[in-house]
Design a binder for this molecule. Structure first.
Ligand code: KE4
Length: 422
């Protein structure tokens, strides 16, 4: 009898619906998830893992939170989709615009890719310009304009990071290192009047967790404003994770457009883009920027997201999330040090990466120069010890509000064993 994985390999490219799930970054064969409960993921063989992948970000309350599940079950009984406006999507839009500074109008979509893709389309329409500036190591989804890696040398002209992306299109995307204010200034000096938007993760999470250095985001925004470019903050990962209202509220950013996702859908397909009214009034049916989606604002997805945000809005939640994350970060560093393993934890509330290097990396090149093979051994050791760490050195671990003291202690005990043998 062929296993589920053997069957998957026959009918899904690489056996997966998203590449990172294939464990290509660490080697080995992924397990088949059967159910989740709080901080735990159970595979079909009944093994239990303390989960730090958490669906790559949405599950900030843990797996199968009763309030979220009940909300989805209740909504499902009234129908799965209508094709007309519903109360739930209005309530979601009110919730988001009430929490995120500068979010005056917002549009629901089904993935972070759609959100960032459309935000850049709005920026290009508003400015009449074609170029976009992004940062090396930041990921904003798989649309052509942003599947771009750094070009050679100072040219900063992007080159495709995927087959099938035309080089002519890739060249419209400029790429500079994260946390490099001088490279940003140089790029705007050369291309400023051609740049429609600069897009960034306010805390980078797709090269592992790499926070912006003090003043960096303000410098980027100032340079963009001076050149007449829009500031697009990609909070698909950080939104309602690092704080209520996201990094935009936490760091008092003043974006022109913001992208959200993951947490606002609680595990259902939800993302959103929005921002200042003059910009968002360019979006159809009000304006000439077309964007649409059969399942955008889906009632079950809205129910899940609204339920999760309701629980998150209760006092003390983000303090608790920060405390769990810090306990893990401090505990992992301490146990690595105990066994002479060079490792540093980089974290913000609800997001954490252990880098096998001496100091916290400030950009993609420094992450790539860390001890990646040691990471792979760490991943497999933790998995054998019953801890599911993200299967890539460029992914962030997501502690949740379900990760209680027991889960943290068991995680640190597992890490102690792994570091001993690393
Ligand atoms: P999606 O299209 O995958 O919903 O969102 C794209 C996206 C946009 N912006 C940021 C900051 C993101 O982190 C993401 C998606 N994150 C990855 C995790 N590194 C999704 C995991 C996956 O691709 O399976």
């Amino acid at each position: 009898m062929a296993s589920v994985w053997e069957r998957a390999l026959k009918v899904l490219p690489g056996g997966v619906n998203s590449p990172v799930r294939s464990f290509r970054g660490v080697g080995g064969q992924p397990f088949i998830a059967e159910r989740g409960e709080g901080p735990y993921l159970y595979d079909e063989d009944g093994r239990r893992y303390i989960d730090y992948v958490m669906s790559y970000g949405p599950l900030i309350l843990g797996h199968a939170h009763p309030t979220v599940v009940a909300a989805v079950q209740d909504a499902a009984g009234r129908g799965l989709s209508f094709g007309t406006p519903t109360r739930a999507e209005v309530e979601m839009a009110e919730r988001l615009t009430g929490a995120v500074p500068g979010l005056e109008l917002v549009r629901m979509v089904n993935s972070g890719t759609e959100a960032t893709m459309t935000a850049l389309r709005v920026a290009r329409a508003v400015t009449g310009r074609a170029r976009v500036l992004k940062f090396e190591g930041c990921y904003h989804g798989h649309h052509d304009t942003l599947l771009i890696k750094a070009g050679s040398g100072a040219a900063t002209l992007g080159v495709p990071d995927s087959e099938g992306v035309p080089t002519a299109l890739a060249a419209l995307t400029l790429t500079v290192p994260y946390n490099d204010a001088e490279a940003v200034a140089a790029c705007f000096r050369t291309f400023g009047q051609e740049i429609a938007a600069v897009i960034f993760e306010p805390v980078a999470g797709n090269m592992g967790t790499v926070p912006a250095e003090p003043g960096f985001l303000e410098t980027v925004a100032r340079a963009a404003r001076a050149a007449g470019a829009l500031v697009v903050v990609d909070e698909v990962m950080t939104g309602f994770r690092v704080a209520w209202g996201g990094a935009t509220r936490l760091y008092a950013l003043e974006p022109d457009l913001v992208c959200l996702g993951k947490v606002i859908g609680a595990g259902m397909p939800v993302a959103a883009y929005g921002g200042r009214r003059p910009y968002m009034e360019r979006v159809a049916p009000l304006g000439g920027v077309y964007q649409a989606g059969t399942l955008s604002g889906n009632p079950l997805a809205m129910a899940a997201g609204l339920a999760q945000l309701e629980v998150l809005s209760q006092p003390g939640q983000y303090q608790r999330l920060a405390a769990v994350t810090e306990a893990l970060a401090v505990g992992l560093e301490e146990r690595a040090r105990r066994h002479g393993v060079e490792a540093v934890a980089s974290w913000r509330p609800g997001m954490l990466t252990l880098f096998f290097r001496a100091t916290p990396p400030k950009n993609f090149a420094e992450v790539a120069a860390s001890d990646l093979s040691r990471f792979r051994r760490f991943f497999h050791g933790m998995r054998e010890a019953g801890v599911f760490w993200p299967p890539s050195p460029f992914e962030t671990a997501f502690p949740s509000l379900a990760h209680d003291a027991t889960a943290v202690e068991q995680t640190l005990a597992a890490a102690d064993q792994v570091f001993r043998a690393l």
